[in-house]
Design a protein around this ligand. Structure first.
Ligand code: XIL
Length: 404
């Protein structure tokens, strides 16, 4: 191309761009804010998806840190209480409920026009001390635990009736392949609280839990929620996704009122990445059962030497690669969700590395840096990736599932 032709081509491109810009501005009114400046809730709404976060009640109430609250209020269209609705929070003393924190959380969500995911009803973890001690020392037997669980579900679901969009009715009921025995089963390691909880209640407790929840709030969508069920494995005895699939298929076949499966989505870059289509196909198999699906606790952490300062420690260990791997993990789950119109919501388990459960939980080896914003509330590649994916997410989806 000659210099002259290049100049002409450049001029032509400029004229075309200017004309298109003028047409877009006059036809569509004022130009929308740049994609990077749009909230996740606004971008997700383009495709009819709800975008959520877990909310740390202490950070939300901290007047010294107004940014946390303003981002919860402004960025998200659904919220989950990180701890405030757990049994240990609601009934720390046997027979005495403490609703204050959970009530404040739900009221704030309603002020902000956010849908609430209720988390969590039947779970072996974060039980009040009086209950876990009783299970461990045998002073609470099977029938007693069943009666306590029935009362707990009935009281809590009734308390919030009409105000909860999705309830995590049963959480993490099945074992992991690295536990003993290694074949996936209801419960966990032999002798663990997880196993005792399952054994005392017996295999029918899931069906009962869903029925009790449905009786207390007929409108709320009722979910089974678990981690490491993003994709099917080999279908054998160590395949947790297959076990959960068989479990919920059986519940549906028995007419148990279960509406959805929540895939937590706690990922770590040390384990490599999922395949987008493998995740999409997994969601599809669940929704083919007539169930809705949701990603309920997404984060994508990385190994760090110093978990209290993940960014600094990782800088010497190829931070860029970790950042990109984390972003890709978000992308895989979000794209799979957007590919399925029965994927109702995509919730992250905290949005800033400043208030994330990761460094406190994954210590050996130390992990961190799993959120969309860093510890100084600065956007990370994962945030920009998610914003781009939402922008490209296509027209609003009309969810048809769950089928009731
Ligand atoms: C975590 C919270 O984020 C922590 O603050 C708490 O100390 C432990 O629990 N799966 C779940 C969540 O269903 O409730 C857990 O939340 C994370 C794993």
């Amino acid at each position: 191309m000659t210099l002259r032709r290049m100049a002409t081509a450049g001029l032509l491109a400029a004229v075309v761009a200017a004309t298109l810009g003028a047409v877009a501005a006059s036809a569509g009114g004022p130009r929308p804010p740049a994609t990077r400046d749009q909230s996740l809730r606004a971008l997700a709404a383009r495709s009819g998806l709800y975008f959520g976060t877990a909310v740390d009640a202490a950070a939300y109430a901290d007047t010294a840190e107004p940014q946390y609250r303003s981002m919860v209020d402004g960025q998200f269209s659904t919220v989950t209480a990180e701890n405030a609705m757990k049994w240990e929070s609601l009934e720390p003393t046997r027979g005495t409920y403490n609703w204050a924190s959970a009530d404040a959380f739900v009221a704030a969500a309603e002020r902000n026009h956010q849908q609430v995911r209720g988390h969590v009803l039947a779970w072996y973890s974060q039980l009040p001390g009086w209950l876990s001690t009783g299970i461990q020392d045998g002073s609470i037997d099977g029938p007693a635990l069943r009666a306590l669980l029935r009362k707990h579900i009935t009281d809590v679901v009734t308390h919030f009736r009409g105000r909860i969009w999705q309830w995590d009715v049963v959480n993490e009921a099945v074992s992991d392949p690295w536990e003993t025995p290694s074949a996936i089963h209801l419960g966990g390691n032999t002798g663990s609280l997880k196993q005792k909880f399952a054994d005392l209640l017996g295999p029918d407790y899931l069906a009962d839990a869903f029925r009790w929840a449905r009786a207390a709030d007929p409108k709320a969508l009722l979910f089974y929620n678990d981690y490491n069920i993003e994709a099917f494995g080999d279908g054998g005895p160590g395949d947790k996704t297959q076990f959960v699939y068989d479990l919920v298929r059986k519940l549906r076949a028995q007419g148990v009122p279960i509406d959805g499966v929540g895939s937590q989505g706690h990922l770590s870059t040390q384990y490599g990445n999922y395949d987008v289509l493998a995740v999409a196909e997994t969601l599809q198999r669940f929704t083919d059962l007539g169930l809705a699906v949701a990603f309920t606790e997404v984060d994508a952490r990385s190994l760090t030497k110093n978990a209290s300062d993940p960014a600094a420690a990782a800088a010497g260990q190829d931070l860029n690669a970790r950042d990109q791997a984390s972003a890709y993990n978000y992308h895989v789950l979000l794209q799979a969700c957007l590919m399925n119109r029965h994927c109702l919501s995509f919730t992250v388990w905290g949005f800033t590395d400043k208030h994330s459960w990761i460094p406190g939980w994954f210590k050996n080896p130390p992990e961190g840096s799993g959120c969309l914003w860093d510890a100084n509330y600065q956007p990370k590649k994962s945030l920009r990736t998610v914003q781009g994916d939402l922008f490209m997410g296509g027209p609003p989806r009309v969810a048809q599932k769950p089928r009731r």
